[in-house]
Design a protein around this ligand. Structure first.
Ligand SMILES: [Zn+2]
Length: 249
């Protein structure tokens, strides 16, 4: 680290658990963020300010007036622009040391697999089950840790699937696809603005801990927040031995 970096990251370096070594790991890391919306915004803010070396921001959507109530990467003058590009501009302003790669496409198939293979950690900040399951399958295939967040109305969820660990559950173990789950979308259900900030910030915290190799992750636990009463619940998540995605890995 040069002198500027030592100053910029001094409050991390001061933490015994991180120190110069932990911060150096953060600087050397590459994180893939799926979705530059309500969850991806705060997650990307903290990962960029913390110095993650390469941030890949994937989103095929454009900024809309209805996004600005909570998607804090974006600004009023960027309505109509691709969210990934808008996010890159914001993140470059926060920390020019971070290389931000803006992907203005919906990652799928080989392109998704290639990006997951290059990432140290993947953050699922998407808003639909098809993407969530595709991202989980790619992370299982490459043994890449996945930090998953969700928020609707006043309810938030966050968990980590540390797929480097063969005994850890995957997203599918917890939320099997094909289950007759009604997909709830912010567009029809509404979402409390600071809730996405809380959940997205927790995703960033989990990612940084995984990268630096400190603390204990949420692997094997699902944390749920009811923001109206501000109550947290934690439930254990076991691996499903019959899971079609992660069994036999
Ligand atoms: Zn599984």
């Amino acid at each position: 680290m040069n002198d500027d970096q030592l100053l910029r990251y001094s409050r991390h370096v001061l933490l015994d658990e991180l120190g110069i070594e932990g911060q150096a790991r953060i600087i050397a890391s590459r994180v893939l963020i799926i979705g530059a919306g309500g969850l991806g915004s705060p997650a990307a803010y903290y990962l960029a300010s913390a110095g993650v070396g390469t941030l890949v921001l994937a989103d095929d959507d454009t900024v809309d007036l209805t996004n600005l109530q909570r998607q804090i990467l974006h600004t009023t003058d960027r309505i109509g622009q691709p969210k990934a590009d808008s996010g890159r501009r914001t993140l470059n302003a926060i920390n020019p040391d971070v290389e931000v790669i803006a992907l203005t496409v919906r990652l799928a198939g080989d392109a998704l697999a290639a990006e997951v293979a290059k990432a140290d950690v993947v953050l699922d900040c998407s808003d639909n089950f098809a993407t969530r399951h595709a991202v989980n399958r790619a992370c299982v295939a490459h043994g890449t840790p996945l930090v998953s967040g969700a928020a609707i109305r006043f309810d938030g969820q966050v968990s980590t699937f540390d797929l480097r660990d063969a005994t850890a559950p995957c997203y599918h173990c917890l939320f099997p696809d094909g289950d007759d789950v009604q997909e709830e979308r912010c567009a029809t259900m509404g979402v409390f603005s600071p809730l996405v900030g809380i959940v997205g910030s927790m995703q960033a915290a989990e990612a940084i801990k995984l990268i630096a190799g400190v603390g204990k992750s949420l692997s094997g636990r699902l944390l749920m927040l009811e923001a109206l009463s501000m109550e947290w619940h934690s439930v254990r998540v076991a691996r499903d031995p019959g899971c079609p995605v992660c069994s036999g890995r």
